[in-house]
Design a protein around this ligand. Sequence first.
Ligand code: HNI
Length: 147
Amino acid sequence: MVKWSDEERKVISTIFSNLDYDDIGPKALRRCLIVYPWTQRHFSTFGDLTTPAAIMKNEKAAAHGIKVLHGLDRALKNMDNIKATYAELSILHSEKLHVDPDNFKLLADCLTITIAAKMGDCFTAATQVIFQKFLCVVVSALGKQYH
Ligand code: HNI
């Protein structure tokens, strides 16, 4: 089981308590759709995603980005049991949505970049180490029910 020090818990909860979900969620998902265009295929019901400009103003993509961030909340609130917390979500992404689990890492990286851009100098290397650990556990848990 993953162990978290008090310092790690503090850093992660500070990042989330200062996070503007409505800003960061859309930015992170849009970045993922633009930088890794094959991820667009899962969102065929979202309307026009054909150009970066279209993605930037796609309201459904923005709303979904916010939903994903709220999904991360569950990991934050269950840090000692992230794997079980995401079991159902992992099954959904695997069996119903057919999302290649490699894409979880890509979205996680876009999230890190978006948060780093927002936090500026406060997002130190030490902060990144801890945040990456958190996202690694999330990505691993989301991929756990694939077989
Ligand atoms: Ni993801 C739905 C969380 C990565 C494609 N996703 C969800 C929902 C949550 C969620 C929460 C809503 C579930 C529900 O309605 O019960 N997704 C997460 C998290 C990550 C992630 C925490 C990674 C950090 N999802 C991805 C990736 C893709 C993806 C990388 C595709 C490239 N997700 C989807 C799709 C849906 C979805 C598609 C359904 C969207 C819809 O509303 O139709």
